[in-house]
Design a protein around this ligand. Structure first.
Ligand code: FAD
Length: 590
């Protein structure tokens, strides 16, 4: 046993913690180990077993019995724990000895708080692995009263309605700016905001329904209730709107996946501003709109509204797309501000007040002036939605700097309580929450200690009028991490074939660009990929696979492209930024 602990600590721990009386079992093991060590000095080594470890067991009559090596011993204990311990948990769990009172009985093996991307994925996987799972999802209405169904931010007020509206604006662009050159005569084309919202909301409601059916099929119990911790193993559930609760439930483990909500605008009259929680379900057209903020949500909303023909201004306090590559952010800003796209930007200014006028319009005073708008859309960032959880009752601690839940591998300060998705300090993206949720369940209930979420090299796309996809480090971060002397940037401008019949002005203003940042001291390892152009999400998704496999610049340029595509641009990057040469694409077909 002693050598097994050295060689295979996780497996031995897994055996030990499954024993019904852990303390007595550990004491017995230690005592046996001493005894067997003494005995071993006098004993003959078992003839049929030539490698370490040698594992013995003291059976009831006190005679040591040779069990075998590591595999035999694990098989022995697996068999034993299966028959002696009636439990709903997997017989061999991972090394995280997380439950304080293993023998106690609880209403649920797992309660997941939050039915968004992370919570849904985690609960379904846990149920698949034999756990008795309760999923809570409750939407607190936005200050303007918007609510929605099961599925969380992504499906109701995030990625999905946003991408559908982005698509609507791309269609508008094609109709108004490109169709004629491609032979189409589309006269009298007009846009109907309310029809779009109805179609988007139909799509959302059908997803809400599908989620409910999936939970039922996968045997996850869903309750449309708000969860609040009473203590470290109890949650109080309420739904005031439906006059349900309060009711207490106990759990062996809990996962907090409550996501985030838009930060309110704390200026006089800030309550008149709508947010991304409201825009996708609002049937009145927003009209002339002021977007406050320069986050990706701000620029995406400004972009699709402008593409639909609304007069849009963005009020920017400091930089566009903080946290993203600033060279790329400026290129996006330049295109959005161009005559072709037509978004106005007011830089270096913040709101002072919003006054609602008698006709319903909003008079906005900001540090650089004042103006009247039909709508103000506040997109100044998001906060973690922990308010109603009563985390102190459970003992879960927050990061004082960000207000998000502190975790290590999703485990909070309370070992049997976990957190994931937008509520922790991780990239705020749906696939991140989904992946982390699935892996956590596999780790906890599927006996897979290797199922650990890797938060690096996560690709993402900003769906602005010119789309931006990226993976890995920004140019500034790459320089900071590898040193300027080791960084080389290959870049290129390009014109997608799809645009080649469009007006020259349109093509010139909508500048497509790609850059790959490499570390020359690590065999030209690609540290960052940045792409500005059509279908950025599709292109970047594929590149992220290569980067995850540590692709180098040579791998990129030795890849044979698909012609004619925009993605093929990364297979022919030959001009470095350092060289100062013009990075415009050469002729298209050879
Ligand atoms: P959420 O999906 O937010 O789910 C949390 C759920 O928990 C919510 O339903 C909430 O109401 C509920 N809840 C909160 N408190 C309680 C409680 N006490 N009891 C019960 N239930 C509770 N990501 C991308 O990858 N791509 C995109 O293109 C993209 N676009 C976006 C566009 C917008 C406008 C926004 C706002 C976000 C976008 N995101 C995008 C981000 C993505 O939506 C989030 O990263 C993702 O939804 C986070 O999932 P989650 O499970 O952490 O939380």
């Amino acid at each position: 046993v002693s050598s097994m602990e050295v060689l295979y600590p996780q497996q031995v721990n897994a055996c030990v913690i499954e024993h019904p009386n852990k303390e007595a079992f550990v004491a017995w093991l230690e005592e046996s180990q001493r005894k067997f060590q003494t005995q071993f000095q006098h004993d003959q080594r078992p003839l049929n077993h030539k490698t370490s470890p040698f594992c013995y067991l003291e059976e009831e009559n006190g005679t040591p019995v040779f069990v075998g090596g590591c595999d035999d011993t694990l098989a022995f204990f697996r068999e034993r724990t299966k028959t002696t311990r009636p439990t709903t948990t997997s017989p061999i769990r991972n090394h995280e000895n997380d439950v304080d009172n293993e023998a106690a009985s609880y209403d649920w093996d797992l309660v997941v708080i939050g039915g968004g991307s992370g919570g849904l994925a985690c609960s379904k996987e846990a149920a698949k692995l034999g756990q008795k799972v309760l999923l809570l999802d409750y939407v607190k209405p936005s200050p303007l009263g918007s609510t929605w169904g099961l599925g969380g931010t992504c499906v109701n007020v995030g990625c999905i309605p946003k991408k559908l509206m982005h698509q609507s604006s791309l269609i508008g662009e094609i109709i108004h700016k490109d169709a004629k050159q491609f032979g189409w005569n589309i006269s009298n084309a007009s846009f109907d905001w309310s029809a779009l919202v109805s179609a988007v909301q139909d799509n959302v409601r059908s997803s809400n329904f599908k989620y409910r059916v999936e939970l039922r099929d996968k045997k996850v119990k869903y309750e449309n209730m708000l969860g609040t911790f009473k203590d470290a193993h109890t949650l109080t559930l309420t739904n005031d709107a439906k006059k349900k609760g309060p009711v207490d439930v106990t759990f062996r483990r809990a996962v907090i996946a409550v996501g985030g909500r838009p930060r309110p605008l704390l200026y006089p009259g800030g309550e008149h501003a709508i947010t991304s929680d409201d825009i996708f379900s609002r049937h009145d057209p927003p009209g002339k709109t002021l977007v406050v903020g320069a986050s990706y949500v701000a620029l995406e909303c400004a972009g699709f509204l402008s593409g639909m023909g609304f007069d849009v201004t963005v009020l920017v306090r400091s930089v566009l797309l903080r946290g993203f590559d600033q060279d790329m952010a400026q290129r996006i800003g330049k295109y959005m501000a161009s005559e072709e796209c037509g978004v106005s930007f007011i830089h270096g200014s913040v709101p002072i007040s919003i006054e609602k006028l008698k006709n319903g319009q909003l008079k906005v005073r900001h540090t650089h002036g004042e103006e009247i708008y039909d709508s103000v859309l506040n997109a100044t960032g998001r906060y973690p939605d922990v308010d109603k959880l009563n985390l102190p009752a459970a003992g879960v601690t927050l990061n004082p700097k960000t207000g998000r839940i502190l975790v290590k591998n999703e485990q909070t300060s309370v070992p049997h309580i976990y957190a994931l998705g937008d509520v922790i300090d991780a990239p705020e993206l749906t696939p991140v929450a989904i992946h982390a949720g699935k892996l956590l369940s596999r780790r906890l209930f599927g006996n897979d200690p290797t199922a650990i979420m890797d938060y690096t090299k996560v690709a993402t796309t900003v769906f602005t009028p010119i789309e931006y996809g990226c993976c890995g480090l920004s140019e500034d971060d790459a320089i900071a991490s590898a040193g300027q002397e080791n960084i080389q940037v290959y870049h290129q401008h390009f014109v997608p074939l799809e645009w080649s019949l469009s007006s020259e002005l349109r093509v010139m203003s909508k500048e497509c660009y790609v850059k790959v940042i490499i570390d020359t001291s690590r065999k030209n390892l690609v540290l960052g990929f940045h792409y500005l152009g059509p279908n950025a999400g599709e292109v970047t998704q594929a590149v992220s696979l290569a980067m995850k496999m540590n692709a180098t610049y040579d791998d990129f340029v030795h890849t044979v492209g698909i012609h004619p595509t925009t993605a093929e641009v990364f297979t022919s990057l030959e001009i470095t930024k350092e060289s100062g040469e013009d990075p415009s694409a050469a002729s298209c077909c050879g």
